[in-house]
Design a protein around this ligand. Structure first.
Ligand code: GAP
Length: 512
């Protein structure tokens, strides 16, 4: 099945089974804003818990905070967001549609990549085992021409972005003959900068209300609380502050479902270190974060690092952890060495000293910072897309199953009386009343047992327990495993142990 179709199916699966709904749906929705349903919220909470515990439980030098979404507006001046958190926009005069100029060019480059890959694939099929891909790429006239064109455009594009040169960006669009996907014309306006922060007003005084922003990242809440946490927690460098919370960006090109949203959630950790030691810590956090992702068991080939060539002016190293989504490898997490930029800037703008006295060195300094920043929603999408499977079973029947890592599954155990009579529902409820303190359980007595199994497969429940007449006599139930569909008879008293060894977050954390 084409990856595009898989993605469409995943989006409708998310809706059908209560994972993700378009926001304000009965009013026809609101662009790039989504709500999490009864299953989605459980999965999302489990992802957040996996991250939080891996940060603040496993590291005694990492503590958490929960800062407010509204912050003093000068914070966004100090962080550079007021002046530089912009997207370059261009309008097509015929369709009246607005685009991100950089995205139009990136899409153009991706199309050249597709052409090259198609040539390579074709040749691979033709020459079979003896195919030498590197040689083919270096010598095939058509591929060489495509590649040369790509390299030229890419170099111009990188320079224009680096220089913030909007005229050059427009010229690239014109020179590459990029057309508007709606009107098909090349009738483009100038490129303009557009700030991505949402602004609103706070209070109302005689002098007018204060213009405040909905935070575009959670990180600044950590920076401005650096001294509070360091002093009250008697923290010694190196130490980290973690936070999970909402962030807001007025994204212009909002697409790919929950990949790019206007309201989303971040899990960020700022790790404060001695100046000069930051690159060593950067390396360590890169490895730690990749281990966290890979421990979920989706396969190491699904992840890769993408080191940044172009660094933000305040960074001295940066990388993304990319995951293979149905629409290609995409950034899920950023790891940045942000130097002392943020703390120094807050010192300058607030007029307050934001430094650390290091008792070992007997001097004060502005700590350097390693940041790990992951989007909850992107993580959710990566987990869902890696777990969604359509299987053909013996006899030709198909089943849709979410092979979710058991520790993340919304429901750990479904409890199913075989029939709705003969005391079976009562026995099933009795088991549930015992186990609900251990795991999130779901009781279901509607429809045939086969249909109920399928419903649980579709939401990724690792275990189903069936209560039948025999249970009333011997105290045993049938436990069915989601992935293998194998069933076994076990004593009710054994359920807790069998299930918890598979679904516990503790085991996942221990594997890190
Ligand atoms: N404090 C650094 C920072 O915010 P970022 O690369 O802009 O860095 C970090 O964002 C992560 O937040 C991204 O890797 C992504 O997972 C998530 N993210 C950013 N913008 C998003 C959006 N519009 N929708 C969903 N997730 C987003």
């Amino acid at each position: 099945m084409a990856q595009e179709d898989v993605f469409k199916k995943l989006v409708s699966h998310c809706k059908e089974y209560g994972f993700v709904f378009p926001s304000s749906e009965i009013y026809d929705g609101l662009g790039a804003v989504y709500d999490y349903g009864q299953m989605g919220v459980e999965l999302k909470n489990n992802i957040k818990k996996y991250w939080w515990d891996s940060m603040v439980l496993l590291n005694d030098n990492v503590v958490g905070i929960d800062s407010a979404i509204f912050m003093h507006p000068t914070i966004w001046k100090a962080s550079g967001h007021v002046d530089a958190f912009n997207d370059p926009l261009i309008d097509n005069r015929d369709s009246k549609k607005r685009y991100r100029a950089d995205v139009l060019i990136e899409d153009f480059l991706a199309k050249i990549d597709d052409k090259i890959n198609k040539e390579v694939e074709k040749a691979h099929k033709k020459f079979g085992e003896s195919f030498d891909e590197a040689q083919f790429r270096a010598t095939n006239a058509r591929v060489v021409e495509y590649q040369a064109n790509r390299d030229t455009v890419h170099t111009r594009f990188a320079k224009a972005l680096n220089d913030g040169n909007l005229e050059d960006l427009r010229e690239i669009i014109v020179d590459c003959e990029i057309v508007c996907p709606i009107s098909g014309t090349r009738n483009w306006t100038e490129v303009r900068q557009f700030n991505l922060m949402f602004a609103t007003e706070m209070g109302s005084t005689a002098d007018g209300a204060l213009k405040v922003y909905l935070r575009p990242e959670t990180a600044q809440g950590i920076f401005v609380n650096f001294l509070n946490v360091q002093k009250t927690g008697r923290m010694k460098i190196p130490f980290g502050i973690a936070q999970i919370g909402k962030a807001f960006r007025n994204e212009i090109v909002a697409r790919q479902f929950i990949f790019r949203m206007r309201e989303f959630e971040q899990m960020e950790m700022q790790f404060f270190v001695r100046p000069g030691e930051e690159l060593e810590w950067f390396k360590q956090w890169k490895a730690t974060r990749m281990r966290w992702h890979k421990a979920l068991g989706f396969g190491d080939h699904k992840y890769r690092f993408h080191d940044h060539d172009k660094l933000a002016h305040y960074a001295n190293a940066a990388t993304d952890i990319e995951f293979e989504m149905p629409f290609g490898f995409k950034e899920v997490e950023g790891i940045h060495s942000r130097t002392d930029f943020d703390l120094s800037s807050h010192e300058k703008f607030s007029g307050k000293k934001v430094q650390y006295f290091d008792p070992e060195l007997n001097k004060s300094y502005t700590p350097y910072v390693i940041e790990t920043s992951i989007g909850v929603d992107r993580m959710f999408l990566s987990v869902m897309s890696a777990s969604y499977q359509e299987e053909t079973l013996e006899g030709g029947e198909t089943r849709v199953v979410l092979n979710l890592p058991p520790a993340l599954a919304p429901i750990k155990l479904a409890i199913l009386p075989l029939l709705k009579k003969d005391g079976l529902p009562e026995k099933a409820r009795e088991i549930m009343d015992e186990l609900k303190f251990e795991f999130k359980c779901q009781y279901d007595e509607k429809d045939s047992i086969g249909k109920r199994y399928r419903r649980q497969d579709a939401i990724g429940t690792p275990f189903c327990v069936t209560v039948d007449h025999q249970t009333l006599e011997d105290g045993q139930v049938t436990i069915r495993h989601r992935d293998t569909m194998q069933q076994e008879r076990v004593a009710i008293g054994e359920l807790k142990e069998i299930i918890s060894t598979k679904v516990s977050l503790k085991a996942l954390l221990k594997s890190l």
